[in-house]
Design a protein around this ligand. Structure first.
Ligand SMILES: [Zn+2]
Length: 202
């Protein structure tokens, strides 16, 4: 694949209820919409350095509906002269009561069934295995023959191009939250997306 256009979606917005970590003792808190925007901006910068074109489909700070996200992505894909892929960047959460939970790891989701998105997800897992430091867990599900987890997420079902949603560790796991808030973590999470794309383009 000589060229590809990457559609970047940062989950949620500043008006989204929940979608945040519990507060750390020093008052810091991970807000998913903010973290995802930061990481998407890093991904964009890295893609630019690689000469890979992209669109950030949700540049707004506020929440854009899932339907509108899909409409924007599909409209860009329709106009694009090169193949498009879609990445939606999130942080995982295991609970919803504002408490710390013991849940660990990074995962990538595709829609159900074998599609081109599965190959993209496999490339992302390969990059994750190479880039994340030792001790970081990759959550894999090999029940269908590849590593990615499959789910009926709206954004994955209603986008017309290969689409993967990444859950970049657990924001309600104290250890992972503290790490996610570091520049190193944001940089590495962004790098995984970019290297995954590059593997996919080979
Ligand atoms: Zn999310």
């Amino acid at each position: 694949m000589k060229n590809i256009h990457v559609l970047l979606d940062n989950g949620h917005g500043n008006n989204t209820v929940g979608k945040r970590s519990p507060k750390l003792e020093d008052g810091r808190q991970l807000l998913e919409y903010q973290w995802a925007r930061e990481v998407v901006r890093l991904i964009a910068g890295m893609l630019e350095a690689e000469g890979i074109t992209y669109s950030i489909i949700t540049p707004e700070e506020w929440d854009v509906t899932l339907g509108e996200r899909c409409r924007r992505a599909n409209a860009i894909a329709k106009r694009s002269k090169v193949p498009t892929v879609f990445l939606s960047v999130h942080c995982n959460a295991a609970g919803n009561k504002g408490q710390w939970i013991e849940a660990y790891g990074w995962s990538a989701y595709t829609s159900r069934g074998e599609t081109e998105a599965d190959r993209l997800a496999t490339c992302l897992y390969d990059a994750a295995g190479e880039i994340f430091p030792e001790g970081k867990r990759l959550r894999r599900d090999f029940s269908d023959g590849d590593a990615d987890q499959e789910a009926g997420f709206y954004i994955l079902r209603h986008t017309s191009m290969p689409a993967v949603l990444t859950e970049n560790f657990f924001m309600d796991c104290r250890k992972e939250c503290e790490w996610l808030l570091t520049d190193e973590a944001k940089e590495l999470c962004a790098r995984v997306h970019v290297e995954g794309i590059k593997k996919y383009m080979v």
